[in-house]
Design a protein around this ligand. Structure first.
Ligand code: PLP
Length: 386
């Protein structure tokens, strides 16, 4: 069955990446675990190896699993479809995806990146440490345009941002970036709630480990973008080998089918929990986009994460939950709580953490699919111990 733009998002989420299954005479997506493939025609394969190395996707045999995998390609085409992108390129993790974006940009002669805090702690660390030779300038959202230089290859932002859930006006930022590609980490919103390319961004990054997989059992990353940028990413992937495993590609494609249902159900509970948290005596502040006034208007709802500041000892809350799991990560079917200053944002310098509102009292909850009253009973009881 061929999808058309007339099909709704939910329909495309179920059917994308599966166009040829009827012709294959199967119902579930095949998993191709080959690491190598028969290569009889040496001259033909030589030409195709050169194409793969240049970042193209020649049809026919993948030749070797680091060059291409058909199961992973299904996930890539489905994610591109949902983000409204020309192409998508998948990686072994979200950080492998971010690394490839920085390496591909640097390989094109542009090592300078302008970035807006807060970002996921790992991204902040990768940019700030200079591990990949990137030079970063941290800017306020309104100051991005002023920091762009001739060698600026990328502007990196997150909205809603991890862990404070601050939203940025993506259309305004895209306009300020001019010719420089705006990379938006869309891990928190997912394409169900927000599609940055429709607002003028050029590159969308996901830690697929989170909502796209959705069950806490697969690590992956993916970048949705134009075909030109995708070629640079595939070049890096072929050369450096940060590929997504085919089984992970299968699980991520399966995750996309239920993504709209999962994200909307979790969002409804998150909104309710944000309201109840606002009225709890041990909560000093709630950070939830759905309760904010004066929003940029690019996201359909507040999302499935809630951050809040405890009026008391936040560590005790983490230790006291029973139904909710104290753990990093997010976007799974079950609810997780974590202390960003100790975990996800530990690798950010303490002074930058404090300046970014990531204090000792801040907790972040990734709301899952449990009953909201059960979640509230657990969370409010844990808060009482703070
Ligand atoms: C988890 C996360 C990442 C990193 O992804 P991994 O799959 O853990 O490598 C990047 N950005 C955001 C917003 C994240 O939450």
């Amino acid at each position: 069955m061929n999808l058309t733009p007339a099909h709704s998002f939910a329909t495309r989420a179920v059917h994308a990446g599966r166009d040829d299954l009827g012709d294959l005479g199967v119902h579930a997506v095949p998993i191709d675990l080959s690491t190598t493939y028969p290569a009889v025609d040496c001259a033909g394969e030589a030409a195709r190896i050169e194409e793969f190395a240049s970042g193209a996707q020649p049809s026919g045999s993948p030749i070797y699993a680091r060059l291409h995998n058909p199961t992973v390609a299904r996930f890539e085409s489905a994610l591109a479809e949902l983000e409204g992108a020309e192409a998508a390129v998948a990686f072994a993790s979200g950080m492998a995806a971010m690394s490839a974006c920085l390496l591909a940009t640097a390989a094109a002669g542009k090592r300078h990146v302008v970035a807006v805090r807060p970002l996921y702690g790992g991204s902040d660390h990768l940019l700030g440490s200079g591990l990949l030779g990137t030079e970063v300038t941290w800017a306020e959202p309104k100051g991005v345009a002023a920091e762009i230089r001739p060698d600026t290859g990328l502007v990196v932002v997150e909205s809603p941002a991890n862990p404070t859930l601050t939203e940025l006006d993506l259309a305004a930022l895209a306009a300020d970036c001019g010719e420089v590609p705006l990379l938006v980490d869309n891990t928190f919103a997912t394409p169900v709630l927000q599609r940055p390319l429709e607002r003028g961004a050029s590159v969308v990054l996901h830690s697929a480990t989170k909502f796209l997989g959705g069950h806490g059992d697969v690590l992956g990353g993916v970048v949705a973008c134009g075909e030109d940028f995708a070629r640079g990413l595939r070049q890096v992937r072929v050369a450096t080998g940060g590929v997504l495993h085919p089984l992970a590609g299968y699980l991520l494609l399966r995750g996309l089918a239920t993504l709209p249902v999962r994200v909307r159900a979790a969002q409804a509970s998150a909104h309710e929990l944000a309201l109840r948290l606002s009225a709890h005596p041990k909560v000093a502040a709630v950070h939830y986009p759905g309760l904010a006034v004066d929003r940029p208007g690019q996201m359909d709802g507040g999302g499935a994460l809630v951050a809040f500041e405890v009026d008391g000892d936040a560590h005790k809350v983490v230790a006291a939950v029973e139904l909710i799991t104290p753990a990093v990560s997010l976007g799974s079917v079950d609810t997780l709580i974590q202390h960003p200053a100790s975990l996800t944002h530990r690798v950010v310098q303490a002074s930058d953490r404090e300046a970014g509102g990531i204090g000792e009292n801040l907790l972040r909850v990734s709301v899952g699919l449990e009953d909201v009253d059960d979640l509230w009973a657990d969370l409010s009881r844990a808060l009482d111990t703070a």
